[in-house]
Ligand binder design. Structure first.
Ligand SMILES: Cc1cc2nc3c(=O)[nH]c(=O)nc-3n(C[C@H](O)[C@H](O)[C@H](O)COP(=O)(O)OP(=O)(O)OC[C@H]3O[C@@H](n4cnc5c(N)ncnc54)[C@H](O)[C@@H]3O)c2cc1C
Length: 498
């Protein structure tokens, strides 16, 4: 019953761009055959028709979602996607360990994530249903709770440890928030777009939801009648594995992370989640430009047409600038390595929040069961979650199946930690077989470091510049970026069509 989820020339020349124009470092050939609304039936682009030109910066799921929804709204728009890396996907990426590939970034999709589920179906991908794993909550001395494989027994164990009232209260607040959050889908279907995160949150659930971004999860839970024990154990464990943080994060982000507790179907994409991005770009007929880091956006005005346009500049590259009618930023501006600037955008965010650094370490070896106060390896849960304890070097340890759902013959574990783990750290938990494989470490600027009251960057940074990742300060997840992407697409459409 209990599962945890982890929960982007001149204006005159611009408007005349034909579909056969060549662009810098074109990685994907521009196709003039585009698909209408449902992106399934082909239609020839009317070359006499004016093409608006939109740039999307970032090819993670936020940028790809923006491209997909913009193409649905504007069959004739020209979309150029710029990605600084040599691959698409951003925080969705895989890592090879021995003969197997594993998710290294965003991994778990919940069946209620309507956009991501739909992206999977529409782009012909298959789910990789996660095998049943039992989790345990470890406090650096012993497991305070271990999930049982038998549902009813597990339910009774939870009741016994935490009591029915507090579990009921926790579920109630999570479910109510989820239900309100679902409003976003119909609002976006009616092409409702938001200039700020605050407007979006209030529209889906009133002032209460906005208030959740101003209070800590622990405070909200206590006020709702949830016990401290449940907060310190189960809820803390879920926040540590999802966001590498504690229950002082904003309550909205915390509730999004906890939503998976009631999850009955968690999955990832067969072959790797990054494929969603690759496939979305393909069905959205974009020009994808890899290895292109945008360093600045300049707002310009064409006196002859009386139109605003935007000039993109490339990092370490003196080539001529490229102009657009509209720009979608689908990368977190507050992440430490982001160099993107705009000097004359009206609402460019001045406050830089901080981003949480997370290390994902992959280890092949046998767990030292006695370290966890267990009598045998079988007694150790396959997914070790943790309570807040400064002595613990990791936030979670989980046995991994690969991107095709195959469990390697010799078990591979993924550890999340705040610091790079050294061999001694690993040897305290594992009998390491160094002859086997290297121990890949993937370093992430993973999610915003949440800090109440949250201060949000706007979605609308200028007349024609829209920001997907403003939504991440409320909560970070694939589905959140997909929602931010659709919002940016609708804002772009409304701006270009006015
Ligand atoms: C370890 C980890 C585990 C996670 N687990 C889950 C999970 O289980 N479930 C879930 O739903 N979410 C999870 N997440 C969160 C999820 O992965 C992210 O919220 C989501 O992928 C963010 O997508 P995005 O497109 O908004 O940003 P990103 O994926 O970061 O994409 C931004 C892109 O922009 C590019 N870029 C940046 N600057 C520039 C520039 N100047 N010019 C050109 N390109 C640029 C970057 O290279 C990147 O490709 C996890 C994240 C991490 C790190």
């Amino acid at each position: 019953m209990l599962k945890l989820i982890s929960v982007t020339a001149t204006a005159t020349a611009l408007s005349c761009f034909g579909c056969h124009s060549l662009y810098h470092s074109l990685n994907t050939k521009v196709e003039c055959e585009i698909k209408e609304k449902n992106l399934t039936s082909n239609k020839k682009l009317d070359l006499n028709e004016t093409c608006h030109k939109v740039a999307i910066i970032g090819s993670g799921i936020g940028g790809c979602s923006a491209a997909y929804f913009l193409r649905k709204l504007m069959p004739n728009v020209k979309i150029d996607v710029y990605e600084k890396s040599h691959i698409v996907g951003g925080r969705l990426s895989i890592v090879k360990v021995g003969d197997h590939e594993f998710e290294a970034g965003g991994s778990i999709i919940h069946n209620k994530n309507q956009y991501v589920v739909n992206f999977m179906k529409e782009t012909g991908l298959q789910p990789n249903v996660k095998p049943e794993k039992n989790f345990g909550i470890y406090n650096n001395e012993h497991f305070v709770f271990v999930e049982s494989g038998v549902k009813i027994y597990n339910f009774l164990k939870l009741l016994w440890r935490y009591g029915p009232y507090t579990l009921y209260k926790m579920n109630l607040v999570v479910n109510e928030t989820l239900k309100q959050f679902d409003n976003i889908y119909s609002l976006q279907d009616y092409q409702k777009a938001y200039r700020t995160v605050e407007e979006l949150l209030v529209d889906i659930g009133g002032e209460k939801i906005l208030q959740y971004t101003k209070e800590t999860l622990a405070n909200v839970m206590l006020k709702e009648g949830v016990s401290k024990k449940l907060i310190d154990e189960l809820i803390t464990a879920a926040i540590r594995v999802n966001y590498g943080q504690n229950t002082n994060i904003n309550a909205f982000a915390g509730l999004v992370a906890l939503a998976g507790i009631q999850g009955d179907s968690l999955f990832s994409i067969k072959g790797g989640n990054y494929q969603i991005c690759k496939n979305l770009l393909s069905i959205s007929y974009v020009n994808l430009m890899l290895d292109q880091e945008i360093s600045s956006i300049q707002k310009c005005y064409d006196n002859s047409t009386k139109k605003v346009y935007y000039n993109l500049e490339f990092n370490n590259d003196e080539r001529s600038k490229v102009n657009y009618d509209c720009v979608i930023i689908a990368a977190p501006l507050e992440a430490p390595k982001c160099i993107l600037k705009c000097n004359n955008c009206l609402n460019w965010p001045s406050t830089q929040g901080s981003f949480k650094q997370i290390f994902a370490t992959f280890v092949q070896g046998c767990l030292k069961y006695d370290t966890f106060n267990c009598k045998s390896e079988n007694e150790v849960p396959s997914f070790i979650l943790t309570t807040e304890n400064l002595k613990l070097k990791y936030t979670s340890i989980g046995v991994q199946t690969d991107v095709y759902g195959i469990m390697p013959e010799k078990k591979i574990y993924k550890l999340f930690s705040h610091y790079k783990l050294n061999d001694d750290d690993l040897k305290s938990c594992f009998h390491l077989d160094n002859s086997l494989t290297p121990k890949p470490v993937v370093e992430w600027y993973a999610y915003p470091a949440y800090n109440v009251p949250e201060v949000f960057a706007p979605f609308k940074l200028d007349d024609g510049v829209f920001y997907v990742n403003a939504i991440e300060r409320a909560a970070s997840a694939m589905e959140m970026s997909a929602i931010g992407g659709r919002n940016a697409a609708i804002l772009s459409y409304q701006y270009l069509e006015k």
